[in-house]
Unconditional design. Structure first.
Length: 198
């Protein structure tokens, strides 16, 4: 493996381990073992676990931006794009049942630790919040766009937390249906308000 590839492998392994067993309970040794490199080689790339955490957060931010860009390209209407956000609960349900939401679990753990990188991790939620607010604005809910974005974000986090607690796939599917029904009602309300204004 060349230097860049080794670094990428370290960050990828750390990302998975931070998600599966938590940042605090993941050691250099765990990551080195997962990548299959000697501890000495490991320190050549990263001097501390905090440096790895910063790299992991950077990768997650880039991946989230890429996912949001993809939803923008694929969704013809704002409601279609918002549905893409709701569907990640279904797409990732096996991981969510085992480990919870990767964003929520990391932000919660860093908050408990009062970790210096907490604000950077929270940028992941801010990305989703800003993007959802934009979609609700385009949907015609400009006045309540941020409230609706936060409601959907909060609800999806609640679903992920309870799905992880109860390991209940049926619950995830049921909640996703209810969120989609709620989105339909938001869409209809926005359309009605638009018709009344003309």
């Amino acid at each position: 493996m060349n230097e860049k590839t080794t670094r990428d492998h370290i960050v990828e392994a750390a990302d998975q381990l931070f998600y599966q067993q938590g940042y605090e309970h993941t050691s250099f040794a765990h990551i080195a073992d997962a990548v299959g490199i000697a501890r000495g080689n490991f320190y050549y790339h990263f001097k501390s676990k905090d440096e790895i955490l910063d790299a992991v957060i950077g990768v997650r931010l880039n991946n989230t931006r890429a996912m949001l860009d993809q939803w923008e390209r694929e969704g013809k209407q704002p409601a279609d794009r918002i549905r893409s956000f709701i569907k990640i609960l279904i797409a990732n349900r096996a991981y969510i049942k085992r480990h919870g939401c990767p964003v929520g679990t990391l932000c919660t753990e860093l908050a408990k630790l009062n970790h210096a990188s907490q604000a950077d991790a929270n940028k992941l939620f801010t990305l989703f919040r800003t993007w959802l607010r934009q979609q609700f604005t385009l949907l015609g809910c400009k006045t309540d766009a941020d409230t609706l974005a936060m409601h959907l974000l909060a609800r999806s986090q609640g679903v992920a937390t309870l799905a992880n607690a109860f390991h209940d796939e049926k619950f995830i599917k049921q909640e996703v249906k209810l969120m989609n029904d709620w989105l339909d009602s938001c869409t209809k309300s926005a359309a009605s308000a638009e018709n009344l204004s003309h």
